[in-house]
Design a protein around this ligand. Structure first.
Ligand SMILES: Cc1ncc(COP(=O)(O)O)c(C=O)c1O
Length: 379
C-alpha cells in the first residue's frame, strides 16, 4: 500500500500535535495523583486474594459467551445479587465497562418520541449514547435544574408527549462537583420523568457505606444508576441498578448486553469482594475524606484554589499549552498529574485534574503542592 490512504490520518495527527492536543500512551510513573483508585483497592491484598482463591477453585478466566448463552456464570449472578442488596435496588446487571453501560442505557431505555435531557458536562459515553439513541435529545447547562425544566416545558409546548429522561453524573469526573440530586429528583417527580444517574465517581466514596449519592433515593421506580467497578472498587466493569422491569428489559433489548461476551467471571469475583470491602473497611473512606480535606486546605492556602470538596480537584489553567507544560513539569518532579484538554473539557477550561487516593499520604500531598507552587512560578 502506498502512503496515500494513510495521509489524512497523518494530517489529523499533525494537526493535533500543532495544537498541543496529540495524545500518546506513556508508562505509569510517579506518585499517583491521577488514577481513580480512590480507596486504594486495585492493588489491595484482599482483592488479589479473592481472585487467587477463585482461580484455585477453578473459576474460569473467560466467560466463553454472551450472558444470554453459555456466558452466564454463577460469579456474575452472585455479584449482581450482592450489588442489588448493597445498593438497595430491585435488580443489578453487570456490564463489561461503564462506557458500554452508559451507551447501552441511553440507547436502549429512552424510546422514540421520548425526550432525553443530558447535562452538558456528563461523560462522553452518555453523549455517545444520547446521540445514537432514538429519543429527541437536548443538552442542559451544567447542574442547572431550571434549564432542564425549561427544556421539558418547551418540548411539551411543542406537542411532545413522550416520557422524559434526565441523565447526569452524581459527582462530576472532571470538576469534582456534585449534581443537585434532591432538586433533580423533585423535578423528575413533577414531570413523571426517569433519572439516569452515573455514579462512577461517587460509588465507594460517597453516601452511606459508599453506596453513592443516589442511595438516599433507593428503591424508586424512576431511577436507574450506574456504578462503575473500575474506579473506587479497584476492578473493572459496571453495575446498572434499578427497577426489575427496566433491568429485565435491558436483558431483552440492550444490544451491548446481548451481543457481547460477558465480563470475566474473575472480574465479577473482584467486584463482589470490593463491594464487601466497602462495608467491612469504612476506615478507607474516612482516610480518603481526611486526605481530601488536607489537600483542599493546602491548595486553598498556597495556590488560591477553591476546594471542590471531593477527591477530584481541578486546577484551572485555561491555556492548553501551559496546561501541558505544567503537567509535564510536575511529572518530571515525580508527581503523576495529568493535564486535561479539550475536547474532554470545554474550550478555555484546560486544567490539571488532581485526583486524591489512598495511594498517597499527607506528606506526598504537601510535596505535590510544593512542586505545584514552584512549577507555576516558572511555567
Ligand atoms: C463519569 C464516568 N462515567 C463512565 C465512565 C466509563 O467507565 P469505564 O471506565 O468503566 O468504562 C467514566 C470513566 O472514565 C466516567 O468518568
Amino acid at each position: 500500500m502506498n502512503g496515500a490512504p494513510l495521509a489524512r490520518y497523518e494530517a489529523t495527527l499533525q494537526g493535533l500535535a500543532r495544537k498541543d492536543r496529540l495524545r500518546t500512551l506513556a508508562p505509569r510513573a510517579g506518585l499517583d495523583f491521577s488514577s481513580n483508585d480512590y480507596l486504594g483497592l486495585a492493588a489491595s491484598r484482599r482483592l488479589g486474594d479473592a481472585v487467587a482463591a477463585a482461580i484455585a477453585r477453578g473459576t474460569p478466566v473467560g466467560a466463553t459467551g454472551s450472558r444470554l448463552l453459555r456466558g452466564n456464570a454463577p460469579e456474575h449472578e452472585a455479584l449482581e445479587a450482592d450489588a442489588a442488596a448493597f445498593f438497595g435496588a430491585d435488580r443489578a446487571l453487570y456490564f463489561g465497562s461503564g462506557y458500554i453501560a452508559n451507551f447501552a442505557l441511553l440507547t436502549a431505555l429512552p424510546q422514540k418520541g421520548d425526550l432525553l435531557i443530558l447535562d452538558q458536562l456528563a461523560h462522553a459515553s452518555m453523549h455517545e449514547g444520547a446521540q445514537a439513541g432514538r429519543a429527541e435529545f437536548k443538552l442542559a447547562a451544567h447542574n442547572d435544574v431550571d434549564a432542564v425544566e425549561d427544556a421539558i416545558t418547551r418540548s411539551r409546548a411543542e406537542g411532545g408527549i413522550g416520557r422524559v429522561w434526565i441523565a447526569f453524573e452524581s459527582l462530576y469526573s472532571m470538576d469534582g462537583d456534585r449534581a443537585p440530586m434532591e432538586n433533580l429528583v423533585a423535578l423528575a417527580d413533577r414531570h413523571e420523568a426517569f433519572l439516569i444517574v452515573d455514579e462512577a465517581h461517587a460509588t465507594g466514596v460517597c453516601g452511606p457505606d459508599g453506596r453513592g449519592l443516589a442511595a438516599a433515593f433507593k428503591g424508586r421506580d424512576n431511577i436507574v444508576a450506574l456504578h462503575t467497578c473500575g474506579k473506587a472498587l479497584g476492578a473493572s466493569g459496571a453495575l446498572v441498578t434499578g427497577p426489575r422491569t427496566l433491568c429485565d428489559y435491558l436483558v431483552n433489548r440492550c444490544r451491548p448486553f446481548i451481543y457481547a461476551t460477558a465480563p470475566s467471571p474473575l472480574m465479577a469475583v473482584a467486584a463482589r469482594e470490593a463491594l464487601a470491602m466497602l462495608s467491612d473497611e469504612p476506615m478507607r473512606r474516612v482516610q480518603l475524606h481526611e486526605r481530601v480535606a488536607f489537600a483542599g486546605r493546602q491548595l486553598a492556602e498556597r495556590c488560591g484554589v477553591v476546594p471542590s470538596g471531593s477527591q477530584i480537584q481541578p486546577f484551572f489553567i485555561g491555556d492548553v499549552r501551559r496546561t501541558v507544560a505544567v503537567a509535564a513539569a510536575l511529572q518530571a518532579r515525580g508527581f503523576d498529574i495529568r493535564g486535561i484538554r479539550p475536547p474532554t473539557v470545554p474550550e478555555g477550561t484546560s486544567r490539571l485534574r488532581i485526583s486524591l487516593t489512598l495511594n498517597v499520604d499527607e506528606a506526598d500531598i504537601s510535596a505535590m503542592v510544593d512542586a505545584l507552587v514552584e512549577v507555576l512560578a516558572s511555567a
